[in-house]
Design a protein around this ligand. Structure first.
Ligand SMILES: Cc1ncc(C[n+]2csc(CCOP(=O)(O)OP(=O)(O)O)c2C)c(N)n1
Length: 379
């Protein structure tokens, strides 16, 4: 079904504000939202995380009396549980909103390990949360959708949250917007330069999405193992906290967090925690492509973030940036020697990836064991 059918039905029903965090299964919806209203206006705002998006929906209802729509990957449901149970719920403020949830890891459909558990429990979670829903499939006809949609509206009118669970391929866009930016260096190229600059005892914690997939393939291509890289395939936004604690417990090795701008923004509170803990051996690199590139390219909120200013304000003593292969190499040369961190390095990159990018061929458990063995070796 075209995403425009959903959006038009929402507008007709008075649902006139849209927010969320993008998902690959919802990229057709995100593309349509972007084409209609951009990303940071009165109709559509890309939120920093899914819980924040629910807050926007609450504020919208309180100030207009109209429900809003919140879109997310089912991984993001976890981020919404607190506002759904303690704010929106009918036993608290009874604030209606419509959730549109991409169903990664649907039982019986092959998906990556990080989606399997979440996919298996998604419908049960909605039931537990007392959220009525229907499932949108690729073969759902427009009229069947509209009938189910109008049934959901009656729950919204009762002050309840309701949901549409979207199967892969069920929501399409009429076209793909250009999410490009003016930078030339690709994320994969930047990752290659970063990996090359590392010493033999350095450890890497990389973020959820294509950056980790690129790191995996770069190691393969160089004929190297994967023991130095913890790939954080799920848990978007938490790579820097993982890296912080490893850095504290392994003070004799450098620990690199290779993060994304969308991921860093999702849990931005990590920055002052790192600034305060001040591990001298942590290098926090944020690949700034201005987008959630992995899941379709929708911009992060408000376009490009003032990452360097944020890191400085959060207490990182050394803040560097790069926007080309030459400036990245120069920044890496200029890294403070010895204990002078945490260092923050913002790397501006193009928005895009190779079409034939693969996925890790080792399991998360193999990744964990190899990484822990590597950390146990003296540095
Ligand atoms: C809690 C949560 N919400 C949403 C997602 C879906 N998701 C996976 S990767 C990604 C984009 C990450 O963006 P960024 O960190 O900027 O990295 P990029 O893909 O641009 O390299 C999103 C939204 C997720 N995995 N987890």
């Amino acid at each position: 079904m075209l995403s425009s059918v959903l959006l038009d039905a929402c507008l007709k029903a008075g649902i006139d504000f849209f927010t969320g965090v993008p998902d690959s299964f919802l990229s057709g919806l995100c593309d349509e939202l972007f084409a209609r209203w951009g990303t940071d206006g009165p109709r559509h705002t890309v939120a920093h995380n899914e819980g924040g998006a629910i807050g926007l929906c609450a504020g919208h209802y309180l100030s207009t009396g109209r429900p809003a729509l919140c879109y997310m990957q089912n991984s993001g449901l976890g981020n919404t549980v607190n506002p759904l149970t303690s704010l929106m719920d009918s036993r608290v403020y009874a604030l209606p909103c419509l959730l549109v949830i991409g169903w990664r890891g649907e039982p019986g459909v092959r998906d990556e390990p990080q989606h399997v558990r979440q996919g298996a429990i998604t419908l049960a979670q909605l039931e537990l949360l007392d959220i009525p829903y229907f499932i949108l499939s690729p073969d759902t006809e427009d009229q069947a959708f509209l009938d189910r949609f109008s049934a959901l509206l009656s729950h919204l009118r009762e002050g309840r949250v309701a949901a549409i669970v979207v199967r892969k391929g069920a929501l399409k866009a009429s076209g793909k917007p250009d999410y490009g930016n003016s930078f030339v260096m690709t994320r994969e190229r930047a990752a290659g330069i970063l990996l090359k600059a590392m010493g033999p005892t350095d450890a890497v914690v990389s973020t959820t999405g294509k950056l980790s997939r690129e790191i995996f393939e770069l190691r393969e291509k160089a004929g190297l193992g994967h023991e130095k890289d913890f790939l954080t395939v799920g848990s978007m936004g938490h790579a820097s906290m993982i890296a912080l604690q490893i850095a504290r417990n392994c003070p004799d090795r450098r620990v690199w967090c290779l993060d994304g701008d969308g991921a860093a923004l999702m849990h931005l509170g990590a920055l002052p925690v790192i600034g305060q803990a001040a591990p001298g051996n942590l290098i926090h690199v944020v690949i700034d492509n201005g987008a959630h590139e992995t899941v379709g390219g929708m911009p992060v909120c408000s376009g490009r973030l003032p990452l360097r200013a944020l890191a400085s304000a959060a207490g990182y003593p050394a803040v560097l940036s790069a926007d080309s292969e030459a400036s990245l190499s120069a920044a890496l040369q200029a890294l403070p020697k010895g204990v002078a961190g945490p260092v923050f390095l913002a790397v501006s990159c193009a928005c895009g990836a190779r079409a034939d990018l693969g996925r890790p061929t080792t399991t998360p458990i193999q990744n964990r064991d190899a990484f822990m063995n590597f950390l146990k070796q003296s540095s």
